[in-house]
Design a protein around this ligand. Structure first.
Ligand SMILES: Nc1nc2c(ncn2[C@@H]2O[C@H](COP(=O)(O)OP(=O)(O)OP(=O)(O)O)[C@@H](O)[C@H]2O)c(=O)[nH]1
Ligand SMILES: [Mg+2]
Length: 305
């Protein structure tokens, strides 16, 4: 591993905190900005459960993008911890990027974020996402309304999905990074431990395949990680749900559903880790998993948020 560039006279480094309502496209944007898959994405809301730092390097500048869980009105303990984690990064950020799904427009979640932003003095940029396929007049009206609700330092219109507008956004972030030493080694792209990332990939596949509320009732943990001389890795995971009925849905008829989830996760992990992967996923029921302090600790979340 190469050492971080410590020549603080020439290097720059800073933090971009990406905030937004659930499903705004934050993780899609962060993956695009670092040019790799570091954080999971799904069509469902509340996919990201903890802060994930993703690292990009442009010349002498290291930009740390912090992906966060969507901000919404929390009901359960896990919801509260997720929203707490999102705002928790705000004080240290060199710039806060507020992402708004332009297709969805302004709703209670967006209003809540704008109200929360009042507490911080950091520069803030408005990032209107999902502008693909939207009429320009509509975008201009939305920009005007949002800028009347909060004082943004800049506004960008992007499609995190197809990349349009992302270069300008990247240049803007880069320009705001203060001089100073890099915080991460130059070959690191994320602060998420591999075991946790591997569990996240399985959770993403489950989220994408399962319908309705079920995704919010499940969690995935990597139980063991065994590396072999030939470069392969054997990964054992637990997929935990809260009820027997949910277990039935995750297993599917004749075990078909969990088979597909496992196969997709294994294939993607092999590709991302660039090595043969043997993945084993056991489905189990733990009624109170969402009240287990151990889970929160593993994810870097506060239990009593
Ligand atoms: N059409 C369109 N869809 C997008 C765009 N960006 C993201 N999406 C889709 O929006 C959905 C949510 O994307 P995510 O990146 O998971 O959103 P998120 O803000 O991280 O969501 P949470 O983690 O749940 O808060 C996915 O289905 C993405 O493919 C975009 O620019 N255009
Ligand atoms: Mg996300």
């Amino acid at each position: 591993m190469s050492k971080p560039n410590q020549d603080a006279a020439v290097t720059r480094c800073g933090i971009v905190l990406v905030l937004g309502a659930p499903n705004a496209g934050k993780s899609t944007l962060v993956n695009r900005l670092v040019g790799a898959k570091v954080t999971i994405v799904s069509p469902k809301v509340q996919t990201t459960r903890t802060r994930v730092r993703a690292i990009a390097i442009h010349g002498e500048t290291q930009v740390i993008y912090t992906d966060t869980p969507g901000i919404f009105a929390p009901k359960r303990r896990l919801d509260r911890a997720m929203v707490d984690a999102a705002w928790g990064g705000a004080a240290d950020a060199d710039v806060i990027a507020v992402m708004v799904d332009a297709k969805r427009g302004i709703d209670r979640d967006v209003e809540r974020i704008i109200a929360g932003l009042e507490m911080y003095k950091n520069p803030a940029a408005l990032v209107l996402n999902k502008v693909d396929g939207l009429r320009r007049e509509l975008l201009l009206t939305l920009t005007e309304t949002l800028n009347s609700l909060s004082k943004f330092d800049a506004t960008f219109m992007v499609s995190a999905l197809n990349g349009s507008g992302v270069d300008a956004l990247e240049a803007y972030f880069k320009g705001l990074m203060p001089t100073g030493p890099w915080l991460f080694p130059d070959d690191e792209i994320s602060d998420l431990p591999q075991r946790l990332f591997a569990a996240e990939v399985t959770r993403e596949k489950a989220y994408t395949k399962l319908h309705q509320e079920l995704p919010y009732s499940l969690s995935v943990e990597t139980e063991s990680w065994e590396e072999f001389d030939n470069g392969g890795v054997r990964i054992e995971q637990n997929l935990t749900v809260a009820r027997e009925t949910q277990k039935g849905i995750v297993l599917g008829k004749g075990g078909q559903m969990i088979k597909r989830i496992r196969a997709e996760a294994q294939e993607e992990l092999a590709e991302l880790l660039e090595r043969p992967v043997h993945l084993f996923v056991r489905v189990r029921v733990r009624e109170k998993w969402a009240d287990d302090p151990g889970h929160f600790r593993d994810w870097g979340l506060r239990f009593d948020a």
